[in-house]
Design a binder for this molecule. Structure first.
Ligand SMILES: C[S@@+](CC[C@H](N)C(=O)[O-])C[C@H]1O[C@@H](n2cnc3c(N)ncnc32)[C@H](O)[C@@H]1O
Length: 255
C-alpha cells in the first residue's frame, strides 16, 4: 500500500483512502443508541450461519463479526472481540468463498469513487455462494450538508466536507449491479435528530425513541445484497494509443 501523505491529527491518506480514528461511539449517548439499532438491523439481515467479516470497522465492530479488517493500524490493534486485521478493503487477505456475511458501514466515502467497485468485487470474491453483503452508507443531501456545516461552525466537527462524497441510493444500486450482486433490500435511514448524536450529554439519549419515529430524512441507506449466481461481466480500462484511457468491451469473468 502506498502511503503518500500524512495529515494532522488521527488520520492519514493511504493509497488514496482516508484512514482515520473515528469518534468513540460510547461517548455519544444518542449515537450509541443509533449504533445499537443498526447492529440489530444488520443482525436481522445477516446470513443465519457461518462466518462474518466486517470491513473498515473503525472503533465499533458489529457484535457478530468474526473477523474485522481496518486500514488504519491504530483502530485494528486495540479492537476487542474480533480478530482484527490491518488490511485494505480494496485487496482483502482472504481466500475466495471464505465468509457468509460481509458487513461494511460508513466507509465507501473514504475511498475515491472509481475504486469503490474494487471493494464490492472483493466482497463478492470472499463471499460464499448465497452469502450476504450488508452495506450502510451515508447518502448525500441538503440536510446532511446543512447539519454538518452547522456542527463544523459550532466546533463539533473538524471539517464540513466529505472529500470523496457520499453515495446516492442510485449509486449504491449501480455499484452492486456492476459487481455481481442482486439487491435484496435498499432502504433509507435517517432522522432530523441526527445532529444531536454529536452531543456527549447523557440527556441526548432521551431522544432515541423520537429518533426511531422520525425516520424520514435521507442520511444513510442500508443495502442488503447477495452474489448473483452468474459470472460477473467486467470491463477493463486500457490505455489507447493516443494516451487516453478507454474501456474495453465487457467480458464474462468467473469470480
Ligand atoms: C467513518 S469511519 C467508519 C467506521 C465504522 N465502520 C463505523 O461505522 O463506525 C471510516 C473507516 O474506514 C476506514 N477505511 C477507510 N478506507 C479503508 C479501506 N480502503 N480499507 C479498510 N478500511 C478503510 C477508516 O480508517 C475508518 O476507520
Amino acid at each position: 500500500m502506498v502511503k503518500f501523505r500524512t495529515v494532522m491529527g488521527e488520520s492519514e491518506i493511504l493509497g488514496g483512502a482516508i484512514a482515520e480514528r473515528p469518534r468513540e461511539v460510547s461517548e455519544h449517548p444518542l449515537l450509541a443508541a443509533i449504533y445499537d439499532r443498526h447492529d440489530a438491523l444488520i443482525q436481522r439481515h445477516a446470513h443465519p450461519d457461518g462466518r462474518s467479516l466486517e470491513l473498515a470497522f473503525g472503533r465499533h465492530s458489529h457484535p457478530d463479526a468474526d473477523v474485522g479488517v481496518e486500514v488504519f493500524h491504530q483502530n485494528s490493534v486495540d479492537a476487542t472481540g474480533v480478530e482484527a486485521t490491518t488490511a485494505d478493503a480494496r485487496a482483502l487477505p482472504f481466500a475466495d468463498d471464505s465468509f457468509d456475511t460481509v458487513i461494511g458501514r460508513r466507509f465507501l466515502h473514504h475511498v475515491p469513487e472509481g475504486e469503490r467497485g474494487r471493494i464490492i468485487a472483493e466482497a463478492r470474491r470472499v463471499l460464499a455462494p448465497g452469502g450476504r453483503l450488508i452495506l450502510l452508507e451515508g447518502t448525500p443531501g441538503l440536510y446532511r450538508r446543512f447539519a454538518k456545516h452547522l456542527a463544523f461552525r459550532l466546533g463539533a466537527l473538524g471539517e464540513d466536507t466529505d472529500e470523496y462524497g457520499h453515495l446516492s441510493v442510485g449509486e449504491m444500486q449501480t455499484l452492486l449491479d456492476e459487481n455481481g450482486f442482486d439487491t435484496v433490500e435498499l432502504r433509507r435511514l435517517g432522522s432530523p435528530l441526527m445532529p444531536l448524536s454529536i452531543s456527549k450529554r447523557s440527556w441526548s439519549a432521551r431522544a432515541a425513541p423520537l429518533y426511531e419515529r422520525t425516520q424520514f430524512v435521507r442520511w444513510w441507506s442500508l443495502a442488503v445484497a447477495t452474489p448473483t449466481p452468474e459470472p460477473v461481466a467486467v470491463s477493463r480500462v486500457v490505455p489507447a494509443e493516443d494516451g487516453e484511457e478507454r474501456r474495453e468491451p465487457r467480458k464474462q469473468r468467473h469470480v
